[in-house]
Ligand binder design. Structure first.
Ligand SMILES: Nc1nc2c(ncn2[C@@H]2O[C@H](COP(=O)(O)OP(=O)(O)OP(=O)(O)O)[C@@H](O)[C@H]2O)c(=O)[nH]1
Ligand SMILES: [Mg+2]
Length: 414
């Protein structure tokens, strides 16, 4: 295991926020396979443009940790020049937060789409950092922040080649996206509301999906255990069928390249009818993490006009008598013990009901076949035959109404 020194500078943040940031970095470091040796956390108002922590401090650290540390990780986004200068002074590998996250993603990507998305983000991250370092980078041999790229692909070091590769990946991702888009459109035709489980990384999203549907997906105490989306069908107690999706977790200051790269995957969320926002109630920083999630939902266009259901998870870890909240006033569950899932189901049913609207439809003569979709996917409440056609009152989802209209038009066209 690589021995890691973590450095965190802060300014006006309050103490709890700093502690929670450090906790998060620790989680990222252990997920990436590093062993944390020490943490330097310091209040500082002047960030050195050349060395981030200042030249004197860098020299001091180089001396102190000469023998005990392999790599220095910063809870910050460093400028390419800062990384170079710090590496020159300390003789250690310097990794910033974005690079650390990219590294974890690279190790986690499984599907070809996931791998391409990560490679795309990594290349975009590397590009401005290459000047003058081409040779160094070529000699690098693995380790945190040094992965050669997801899967077997070796990251190129030549700028021109990187640009070509970026263009190629962009095309491939577009192709995949188109295919996924078609699949998603097809799913939309199903009379089935889609529920996207979202939340900060490690909130328990995959555990919840597993509990509900026996999905058997990997759920573990690591960050970004899930990268590629999983979709499972589920039947609510009152027999409404729904589709649950579980996808990549969110984190604060998510590298913009990653959001851009994962747009395809995240469409699973923006295309959903209902968003189930899972919050780890045992996390002291859950409130700020909740806001991070809403920020990202807004960014991916999955906030306005969405039904969002907040669900607090992991209550089994909080002693019943010491719960700092009233469980009657929200949805509190345990994805492990199943506590509270009955209430969650009731709320989901209410939300699903909302997707069904009641409308009066006049079915023109000769369109009886199209009308069948209402019998198959909705509930026909009333029906009367008139001279102009069949008048029905029907409760169905928008997609069912859309499907009906499409079928009617197709028939009319011949
Ligand atoms: N005690 C307890 N642990 C839970 C509960 N839900 C999840 N966990 C644990 O929390 C950790 C994270 O769970 P995951 O299901 O992997 O979380 P996730 O939200 O899918 O995380 P990422 O995919 O990494 O974004 C695992 O160690 C789970 O065992 C719960 O209700 N109670
Ligand atoms: Mg997961």
């Amino acid at each position: 295991m690589e021995k890691v020194l973590l450095i965190k500078l802060y300014q006006n943040e309050d103490k709890n926020e700093v502690l929670s940031d450090i906790e998060e970095m620790k989680g990222l470091i252990s997920t990436a396979g590093g062993e944390l040796v020490d943490v330097i956390s310091q209040k500082r108002f002047d960030i050195s443009p050349a060395y981030y922590i200042g030249k004197g401090k860098a020299e001091e650290i180089a001396e102190t940790y000469k023998e005990t540390v392999d790599i220095i990780i910063f809870d910050a986004d460093l400028k390419p020049a800062q990384v170079r200068n710090l590496e020159d002074i300390t003789g250690k590998r310097i990794v910033d937060r974005t690079q650390l996250i990219l590294d974890i993603f690279a190790a986690r990507a499984r599907t070809s789409e996931g791998k391409l998305q990560v490679e795309f983000a990594m290349l975009n991250y590397m590009l401005p950092r290459l000047s003058g370092r081409g040779k160094d980078m070529m000699q690098q041999t693995g380790g945190i922040g040094n992965r050669k790229g997801p899967g077997e692909t070796k990251l190129e070091v030549d700028k021109r080649k990187i640009n070509i590769r970026i263009q190629r990946i962009r095309k491939e991702l577009e192709n995949i996206k188109e295919k996924r888009g078609i699949q998603r459109e097809r799913r939309k035709l199903l009379p089935v509301p889609q529920i996207a489980i979202v939340g900060y990384t490690n909130a328990g999203k995959t555990m919840l999906l597993n509990k509900l549907t026996n999905a058997g997906m990997l759920s573990e105490d690591k960050l970004f255990a899930t990268l590629d989306p999983t979709i499972r069908q589920y039947t609510l107690p009152s027999r409404y069928k729904v589709l649950f999706s579980d996808t990549v977790g969110f984190i604060k200051n998510l590298p913009p390249h990653l959001i851009a790269a994962f747009r395809g995957t995240l469409e699973e969320v923006s295309g959903a009818d209902i968003i189930l926002h899972l919050i780890d109630v045992t996390d002291p920083a859950w409130e700020s993490k909740r806001n991070v999630v809403y920020g990202i939902l807004k960014e991916i266009d999955a906030y306005e006009d969405k039904v969002i259901i907040e669900v607090f998870n992991k209550i089994d870890l909080i002693n019943k008598r010491r719960r700092p909240f009233n469980v009657d006033e929200g949805i509190y569950i345990s994805a492990v013990t199943g506590e509270g899932l009955d209430k969650l189901m009731k709320e989901l049913e209410k939300a699903v009901e909302v997707n069904f609207t009641e409308k009066n439809v006049l079915v023109p003569p000769g369109q009886e076949k199209a009308m069948q979709v209402f019998y198959e996917e909705g509930v026909v409440v009333k029906r009367s035959d008139t001279e102009k056609g069949i008048k029905i009152t029907v409760r169905a989802m928008k997609k069912t109404f859309d499907k009906y209209l499409r079928m009617v038009k197709e028939k009319q066209r011949g």
